[in-house]
Design a binder for this molecule. Structure first.
Ligand SMILES: [Mg+2]
Length: 289
């Protein structure tokens, strides 16, 4: 029976989009951890932001930061030598896939100058200003500003401005993703999907046959959803689901963390049954592709 693995977005999916609270999903997350189901956080959030959340939820698994820019493998988590499989994490367990933040910030300064776009990023703001614009507490805003591989743009962009930014970034090997409220600029070669596929390889080596489940709420989760066996979307607070195009997504009925809990309950029910339902589901998913 394949081992289920959940790759999950954080804001608006695991956490309430407005309050950033994990209260609604904490119990289900704890039960997944107790059942041995890996829960891989995969978000535009930084390492500094995700570490306290992992600790609060008791999640021991690897995590993906800054929109797929790095996989963090907790020391000792993988029982094989990562170097031997072509991964070379640094001493802090960080496997970099993206572009350094300093390079991105320099590019944004240049783009602002050459295009006239009024781009405002976290690097241009103080902790207090980021707190005011995001609704985060000042301490959380401080963590959010500690970006190693990306920059968050908080200024609104009209469609033509976004197109101009996208083109200017592409010429520099960079890309922009819309995360629901803000825009995240990172290396064009890295996204949530690339990181999820890499992490899936590592988890498969560790666990044997796995069945990957992905869950998100917005457009920047689509690469994540395209990289898993079973893509799922939680409902957005406005009552609809993100447009997933051709992806055969499961639309969970709950908004944000409530939808996440629905999925967790289903995975727990399947995982606790010694039959082959997951195997059958995997076969159906393969046929669907
Ligand atoms: Mg989200």
């Amino acid at each position: 029976m394949p081992h289920p693995v959940i790759f999950t977005d954080i804001d608006g999916t695991l956490l309430d989009l407005e309050t950033y609270s994990h209260a609604a999903s904490a119990d289900a997350a704890a039960r997944l951890v107790a059942a041995g189901v890996p829960v891989v956080l995969c978000s535009s959030k930084t390492r500094a932001e995700q570490e306290p959340l992992r600790a609060a939820l008791g999640i021991p698994d690897p995590f993906i930061v800054e929109n797929g820019s790095a996989i963090i493998a907790p020391p000792g988590y993988f029982e094989f030598d990562l170097d031997a499989v072509g991964c070379a994490p640094d001493r802090a367990g960080e496997l970099a896939l993206g572009v350094e933040a300093a390079v991105i910030r320099r590019a944004l300064v240049e783009i602002r100058r050459t295009t006239g776009l009024a781009l405002v990023g976290y690097a241009d703001l103080s902790d207090e200003e980021v707190a005011a614009v995001t609704g985060l507490a000042v301490t959380a805003a401080h963590l959010a500003r500690q970006r190693d591989y990306s920059e968050t743009i908080v200024s609104p962009l009209a469609p033509a401005e976004l197109a101009a930014l996208r083109a200017a970034l592409a010429a520099r090997g960079l890309a922009v993703a819309h995360g629901g409220r803000f825009y995240t600029v990172s290396g064009a070669a890295s996204d949530k999907g690339v990181a999820v596929r890499r992490c899936t390889q590592l988890l498969r080596r560790q666990l044997g046959e796995i069945f990957t489940i992905g869950v998100g709420d917005s457009a920047n989760d689509l690469p994540l959803l395209a990289a898993v066996d079973r893509p799922c979307l939680v409902r957005r607070p406005v009552g609809d689901w993100c447009d997933a195009g051709e992806l055969p997504v499961t639309r969970l009925s709950g908004v944000g963390p409530l939808g996440w809990c629905e999925l967790a309950e289903e995975v727990l029910a399947l995982h606790s049954r010694p039959d082959l339902r997951l195997q059958q589901e995997k076969e159906r998913a393969v046929v669907a592709w």
